[in-house]
Design a protein around this ligand. Structure first.
Ligand SMILES: [Zn+2]
Length: 325
């Protein structure tokens, strides 16, 4: 074999590997978009694995491993698995920017060792992001899920002379304020306008709270509380509404909250609370756990818990106002 032939053969072999190898590892570092209303994120790559989160249409995720059709991603810092049948690949150009779907190629040409051309189907040739390091390791929400244009009143229960429930020096009014502030931040991040009924330790009457809501253009009023009971074993989250018109919003927020916090589900109930009864906007009162339950108190006083609860509430709000599913 002369030098020229050797040279040509080795460059064909090199080309072959450079063209085919990324296709073999296509699922790793691939960006996908959730293509169905909701999908469950599982702890392990199988149907009966426990659910650790829920993704909604438009969520984007980067996958790092493929196990029999299940792809691995990261959600709130935890590894989780979703089935690729519910995902649509996002192709990236050389600068790492998504290529609009209609321009995505149906197949790629690959060079065989003999120098011939073969067509590979698109699903075997998903492009690997050239800047994986800077690609998001977490699931990102699609723009279409933004809450811009929506206005929410977030009401931190109690305050000032009204401490609310009390246990082990922990006052309900302090827990409701920190949770309300976290919730306000989460909502603002989604593009919503937020009004807090109080931002510090001041007393506001129930009439004034309802008035803030009634005199606004708010889409919903959400009052944050923590529960108390003589029975220290009482546990879990409940959501209250006054008008049955708002039971759907209550159900969506309650189920998203339970999923986000793994708390006991006490369900949604109709209740005659003044702050709900006097409210002309869709109004809910959330009881986010029992400060009289020692195990639950440890959990609910942590920022992690309050942050997860806030994320759950936002998830429920989005499901109600943006998807209505
Ligand atoms: Zn309360």
């Amino acid at each position: 074999m002369n030098v020229l032939k050797k040279c040509m053969l080795s460059s064909f072999i090199l080309l072959f590997f450079f063209t085919i190898i990324p296709a073999v590892h296509a699922a790793e570092g691939q960006m996908y978009r959730v293509n169905v209303n909701t999908i469950e994120l599982k702890e392990a790559p199988k149907d009966d694995a426990s659910v650790i989160g829920q993704l909604i249409e438009g969520d984007k995720l980067t996958t790092f491993e493929n196990n029999d059709g299940w792809v691995k991603t990261f959600y709130r810092g935890e590894a989780g698995w979703v089935h690729e049948k519910n995902l649509q690949a996002i192709h990236l150009n050389a600068e790492g920017k998504p290529i609009p779907e209609e321009k995505s190629p149906q197949s790629y040409k690959a060079i065989t060792p003999k120098g011939g051309l073969i067509n590979l189907p698109a699903e075997r040739t998903k492009l690997v992001s050239p800047n994986l390091k800077s690609a998001s390791m977490e699931i990102t929400r699609g723009e279409e899920n933004k809450l811009s244009g929506y206005h929410f009143i977030i009401d931190a229960g109690h305050g000032g002379k009204d401490g609310g429930a009390l246990a082990k020096k922990m006052k309900e009014k302090d827990l409701t304020l920190s949770t309300a502030k976290l919730l306000a931040e989460e909502l603002k991040e989604e593009g919503a306008d937020v009004t807090l009924s109080r931002t510090d330790d001041t007393y506001i009457s129930l009439d004034d709270r309802a008035h803030i809501s009634n005199s606004s253009d708010a889409d919903a009023f959400i009052s944050i509380h923590y529960n108390a009971n003589k029975n220290s074993k009482a546990a879990g989250i409940s959501t209250f509404y006054h008008s049955s018109k708002h039971s759907k919003l209550a159900n969506r927020i309650q189920s998203a909250l339970v999923l986000a916090t793994s708390m006991n589900d006490r369900g949604t109930k109709q209740a005659n609370y003044k702050v709900l009864r006097s409210n002309r906007k869709p109004a809910l009162l959330l009881e986010l756990g029992f400060i009289t339950n020692p195990d639950e108190l440890e959990k609910i006083k942590s920022m992690t818990y309050q942050q997860n609860a806030a994320k759950g509430i936002v998830e429920g709000i989005k499901r109600h106002f943006l998807k209505n599913d």
